[in-house]
Design a binder for this molecule. Structure first.
Ligand code: FMN
Length: 327
């Protein structure tokens, strides 16, 4: 029978299916359910810088008539440690309760104060850390390197701070994707998670207002990450993890074939329930048996650009085939 074990950022996984950072991993009961359903690991719901700020602001409002001069500093400190304590406690409890790897996630837009928090995850046994950096490059007065530097600065600082493996969940909005990911790898970022799926706006044409685009992805959204992982996984030393648009066993197999070491799922699990995890894993197992692969390593990355017989024409070949084939 096929062996589904794999390694992502040096972390051993019993299978490559990770439950993505989301409401599915926001508390202990849910994390336990992910393990019971058969997930290979969990990424905890992100600790948001914004939430910390809101927390602090609320407490500061209540502190306006406190009679001592350093009230502001006191509440600033309290706000941070209170919020962080809850999150660290969750990591600690999860590590006690489940045997699968537990990876906390920090949503950060600066390489500032939060970096000091990271050691606390390490001290309670977190298996790794995922950085969910949410920066939309929409400021016309800034250039590409300004936005890249936000990520690179974070990467340098966090790698100095912790010994556990660090993954960066990146956006698809980079001018020089290959060069940028190479820079992250050179800094020592252990995992590249492709791609972050930002909340996007839509237009309500009846009421002439903006509204939220669907929060859940669709299986058609798999292709962007598939393309970039295929292009880069054979050339970059960091491990790749695919997220966005993996809805079934076929999607998972495709991402492994192009070189992802693991995949993260969220929307399909929210929509269909965690019970699809064993179904997806048995689809993977059945496919491996049928193809004669006894381990993930037997086929992982087999279809990435680097493994292609003709890597230099890989992209153009696919394009010509697609365009010529259109009637
Ligand atoms: C309700 C919801 C909450 C999410 N919360 C987070 C989060 O806290 N941190 C994060 O990095 N990603 C978050 N995500 C993004 C997911 O981790 C995932 O990357 C994205 O949904 C794409 O994967 P999918 O196509 O399998 O849904 C969230 C997604 C959803 C739908």
């Amino acid at each position: 029978m096929a062996d589904l074990q794999t390694t992502y950022m040096g972390i051993k996984l019993k299978n490559p299916l990770i439950v993505a950072s989301s409401t599915l991993t926001s508390n202990l009961d849910k994390i336990v359910k992910c393990e019971q359903a058969g997930a290979g690991a969990v990424i905890l719901k992100s600790l948001f810088e914004e939430q910390i700020n809101i927390d602090r602001a609320k407490m500061l409002e209540g502190a306006s008539d406190m009679g001592y001069a350093d009230g502001y500093d006191f509440f600033m400190g309290y706000g941070k440690s209170h919020f962080l304590d809850d999150y660290v406690e969750l990591v600690m409890q999860a590590k006690e309760r489940v045997s699968i790897p537990v990876i906390p996630s920090v949503n950060c837009v600066t390489g500032g104060e939060w970096i000091e928090y990271a050691e606390r995850f390490e001290s309670v046994g977190a298996d790794g850390l995922e950085l969910n950096t949410f920066v939309i490059p929409s400021d016309v007065s800034k250039n590409a390197s300004y936005f890249e530097e936000i990520y690179l600065d974070l990467a340098r600082k966090i790698k100095k701070q912790v010994k556990i493996p660090v993954a960066m969940k990146v956006s698809p909005h980079f001018t020089d994707m290959a060069g940028f990911v190479k820079k992250l790898a050179d800094i020592g970022i252990d995992g590249i998670v492709m791609f972050n799926r930002f909340y996007r706006p839509d237009v309500d044409i009846d009421n002439l207002i903006m509204k939220h685009a669907p929060i859940l992805s669709s299986p058609q959204e798999i292709y962007l990450a598939l393309q970039w992982i295929a292009l880069l996984s054979g050339e970059i030393e960091s491990d790749f993890c695919a997220t966005t648009g993996v809805w079934d066993g076929e999607g998972l197999i495709k991402q492994l074939l192009v070189g992802a070491k693991s995949i993260q799922m969220c929307s399909a699990l929210i929509k269909n329930g965690l019970h699809i995890i064993p179904e997806i894993l048995s689809e993977l197992e059945g496919w491996m048996d049928k193809k004669g692969f006894s381990s993930i390593a037997d086929f992982n990355g087999k279809l990435c650009q680097e493994s292609s017989d003709n890597p230099e024409i890989y992209e153009r070949n696919q394009y010509i085939k697609a365009v010529v084939g259109i009637e």
